[in-house]
Design a protein around this ligand. Structure first.
Ligand code: ADP
Length: 477
């Protein structure tokens, strides 16, 4: 099959969260038996990261923001061909893919990602432009939601579109005036189309006009059909439930494997865990924590946002810090959470290390050094950090929601315990989950067994890729 992926971030080229990890790894898993291309914006500096860059077709200047063209390239030694959408006016910016240097949305995000969606639709529709017409298109999150809307508006035969929701909270909602810039017809702007409480939503467009909708875990696929998790789209999700499925993300074990990880100091594996203890010691030293081989070290790697339940951590943790536990946090996002964690580290300077900004090596080092990883999310479509933690023998402490519920087991019959799971996002429940975790830590034999069970879990991409493949095949035939 020829499969076109369209997304706004791809590891290792550009990453702000789990979406990039998925779009970096799933095409590689699929490429064993398929021909996969990945279309993404040519953000500033991206072309320089690819080798063998060659010019592709010019797509024109349909919106008046400057000429758009494609550039093809690969990562050194990589199997996937990337198609970069080059339009300097839209994509050459200071800051990140969505936010400017001050942390605010780029003012023209509605244009930038309409352009990405439009280019994806053009490539899909007019494959003869590059001698390659996809059999299936796989678009991701709100940034590409208008892709199937353009195809619908042009109303010609086109390959099926699979649309994956990585996070329902980001609806990509903009005003009617901004809609007028997309070139889409007024006839789609209604409640049976992409209208969303008086505005339009790119996410809603993706759901309405694609042939199948997937989300990144079976539990989240059910949750988003309820008012509590549906972000105002739950009625639509219930209405469309015949085309929704949940496929759990996998892990790229080439990147996340303590036996081979190039970003950690000491390698280790199930049979030889010495490296993990050495990593703990090395990271405690590097970050100025007290060197304590026998005190529980908690890791936390997260966007700092309401979603992630970090306010609960701030309330519960002091109790455990007073008993000698340690915390290493790596996060970026809301300034108020940043200051709260900075204050916590001021109060417990040799037990709490608060690190802000984006730091890929440190994320790996925390996974390799910690005894536990905290993921107390209010909602979590899939969550990747807990999957990485399992492989690194770092027991996840998670809330029973979304992909966390589908990947970490405590008290589930027939499943070996691999972490600590609590039901409600309350201080009380998190406190008790930590209590159980600390109890297990005290008992060396129990702790070792839990660690082994965690490390034996296999969340590689093969099984998820097989589920996507059968979905693609069903749509094509
Ligand atoms: P989300 O996509 O909601 O942010 P996920 O758990 O699905 O959450 O994916 C988070 C990804 O981003 C993981 O690969 C994690 O290691 C990484 N990550 C999160 N915050 C940081 C950070 N500050 N520095 C480096 N990596 C981070």
């Amino acid at each position: 099959m020829k499969i076109l992926f369209v997304a706004s971030e791809v590891y290792p080229l550009v990453k702000t969260g789990g979406l990039a990890d998925v779009v970096g790894a799933l095409p590689v898993a699929l490429s064993a038996t398929n021909d996969v291309k990945v279309l993404l914006p040519a953000y500033e500096g991206l072309m320089g990261m690819l080798s063998d860059c060659r010019a592709g077709p010019i797509l024109g200047n349909p919106f008046g923001y400057g000429e758009m063209r494609l550039v093809f390239g690969r990562l050194e030694g990589g199997s996937i061909e990337f198609w970069l959408l080059d339009c300097p006016n839209l994509f050459h910016r200071q800051g990140g893919p969505y936010l400017n240097e001050d942390g605010h949305d780029h003012a023209d995000n509605h244009r930038r990602f309409a352009a990405l969606s439009w280019a994806g639709a053009v490539v899909t529709q007019y494959g003869s432009l590059m001698n390659w017409r996809p059999d299936i298109v796989h678009a991701h999150d709100w940034q590409t939601g208008l892709l199937p809307a353009y195809l619908r508006a042009w109303s010609q035969r086109h390959p099926p579109v699979v649309y994956t929701i990585h996070n329902m909270q980001f609806t990509g909602a903009y005003t009617h005036d901004q809609y007028l810039e997309t070139g889409l017809p007024e006839s789609l702007f209604n409640m049976y189309g992409l209208e969303y409480y008086g505005r339009y939503s790119m996410l809603k467009a993706g759901i309405q006009y694609s042939d199948a909708v997937t989300t990144v875990s079976p539990t989240y696929a059910k949750e988003i059909q309820t008012p509590a998790y549906g972000c105002g789209l739950d009625a639509l999700m219930r209405d469309q439930k015949h085309k929704i499925s949940g496929i759990l993300n996998g892990v790229d074990y080439q990147v996340w494997n303590p036996a081979t990880d190039e970003l950690i100091d000491h390698h280790y594996c199930l049979r030889d865990m010495d490296g993990k203890a050495l990593n703990k010691q090395a990271l405690q030293k590097k970050l100025g924590l007290r060197i304590e081989p026998r005190k529980p070290l908690l890791g936390l790697i997260s966007r700092l946002s309401e979603q992630k339940g970090l306010d609960l951590v701030l309330q519960v943790l002091p109790d455990y810090l007073e008993q000698g536990a340690q915390l290493i946090l790596l996060g970026s996002g809301e300034k108020s959470l940043e200051s709260a964690f900075r204050a916590l580290s001021g109060r417990f300077p040799d037990q709490v290390s608060a690190n802000f900004g984006y730091n890929e090596p440190l994320a790996h080092q925390i996974q390799s050094a910690s005894d536990f990883l905290l993921v107390p999310s209010r909602f979590e479509p899939c969550g990747l950090t807990q999957l990485y933690a399992l492989k690194y023998g770092t027991l996840p402490i998670v809330r029973r929601t979304g992909g966390l519920a589908d990947s970490v087991w405590e008290d589930i019959s027939g499943r070996p315990q691999t972490g600590f799971v609590f039901n409600d996002a309350t201080v009380h429940e998190l406190w008790h989950a930590l209590q159980r975790a600390m109890g297990a830590y005290e008992n060396e034999r129990v702790f070792r067994q839990l660690r082994e069970q965690a490390m034996q879990q296999d969340f590689s991409w093969e099984s998820s890729a097989a589920q996507y493949t059968s979905l693609y095949k069903r749509l094509i035939t």
